[in-house]
Design a protein around this ligand. Structure first.
Ligand SMILES: Nc1ncnc2c1ncn2[C@@H]1O[C@H](COP(=O)(O)OP(=O)(O)O)[C@@H](O)[C@H]1O
Ligand SMILES: [Mg+2]
Length: 259
């Protein structure tokens, strides 16, 4: 078995020789993938490369056919989304799991409500915490956005921000962003990228998936290129310029080879 690229005290999660098929279609063909502590990894590659499938194995949506997962040095199985969350892995999907008709504070605490010993909701406490998340964690300054705002009234970028803020609040060690800027305007995208920088500043880790290198490059520490179910390349940001990375991806798409 090929050794994972790095497995030491600095490794947060390590996926080793992961294989996944859907019926006869082999989507992941023995992928080694790691995320370090306080590292932002850009997971890039063409549509259909297997990026979402790979991270869905981490979030407990799919089970691998083969391979092992290590989290903080321990071998684990992630049999459900609940288990993944319990471990400290949170996902921010494009089709965000926010409840549109509900207020901000209800959304932050959905499924993890603060209750007293009789099981009653501590509304004031949840509102106060939400206010803190908005102003301190996420840096929302607009007076128009309050704890009582209905999520539907937020822009796409703000919604992603709430989802990231929520993950940070619940102390996720690893936040996974799968195409978080899809369908967003440029200004909105910039906001989301700022939120990703926030994850880094808070000492946490992230996997940032996008097929747009121009968004991934500035915020990631390292890049992993997935190509038709295989890792085609790994680069530290220090090793490669944005233009070189783009050029490699274009060549890969055209010729099926990196160089
Ligand atoms: N639940 C599924 N059932 C069958 N095929 C799937 C399923 N999920 C993904 N695939 C296939 O796996 C391949 C990789 O998909 P995906 O992981 O979504 O790629 P990416 O996120 O890189 O665009 C695609 O060919 C896709 O059609
Ligand atoms: Mg995808």
């Amino acid at each position: 078995m090929r050794m994972a690229e790095r497995n030491n005290a600095q490794t947060l999660v390590s996926m080793v020789e992961i294989q996944k098929s859907f019926g006869k279609v082999n989507v992941l063909k023995g992928v080694n993938f790691e995320v370090g502590k306080n590292e932002i990894v850009g997971l890039v590659g063409d549509n259909g490369a297997g990026k979402s499938t790979l991270i869905k194995i981490l979030t407990g949506v799919h089970q691998p056919n083969e391979g092992e997962i290590y989290f903080k040095g321990e071998k684990i199985t992630i049999h459900s989304v609940a288990r993944s969350r319990e471990l400290g892995i949170e996902t921010v999907y494009q089709e965000q799991a926010l409840s549109e008709q509900q207020t901000m504070w209800r959304n932050i605490f959905m499924g993890r409500e603060i209750t007293n010993r009789f099981g009653f909701l501590k509304v004031e406490e949840e509102k106060k915490e939400t206010e803190d998340i908005l102003r301190k964690q996420m840096g929302f300054t607009s007076k128009a956005i309050t704890t009582d705002s209905i999520v539907k009234s937020l822009s796409g970028g703000e919604k992603q921000g709430i989802a990231i803020g929520r993950a940070l609040y619940f102390n996720a060690d690893l936040i996974i962003l799968d195409e978080p800027t899809m369908g967003l305007s440029l200004a909105e995208t910039r906001k989301v990228l700022d939120f990703v920088k926030n994850i880094k500043e808070k000492g946490k880790s992230a996997i940032f998936i996008s097929h747009n290198i121009y968004y991934v490059y500035p915020v990631a520490d390292r890049f992993v290129i997935l190509d038709r179910g295989n890792v085609a390349g790994r680069f530290l940001k220090a090793e490669i310029t944005q233009d070189e990375l783009v050029e490699k991806m274009v060549r890969l798409a055209k010729t099926g080879k990196m160089s």
